[in-house]
Design a protein around this ligand. Structure first.
Ligand code: SF4
Length: 64
């Protein structure tokens, strides 16, 4: 199965210049290793803070 990078990029809201952009498997693995979530879990305002922490996600969702 080929990587669907070009298709994935259409749905990627990440503003950070990153070589993993569109390669979702690498993106998720990288952030999971750091106890974080990838950009697409966040709305655009929160994404632009580059705070990918689970705590920030819960704050955004009103869970904290
Ligand atoms: S969410 Fe993280 S790993 Fe994924 S493209 Fe953006 S900066 Fe890179």
């Amino acid at each position: 199965m080929d990587c669907k990078k070009e298709e994935n990029l259409k749905n990627c809201n990440c503003f950070y210049p990153c070589e993993r952009k569109g390669i979702c498997c690498e993106c998720i693995a990288y952030h999971r290793k750091n106890d974080e979530l990838p950009a697409c879990y966040f709305d655009n305002d929160n994404e632009k803070t580059f705070d990918r922490s689970i705590k920030n996600y819960c704050r955004m969702k009103g869970l904290l």
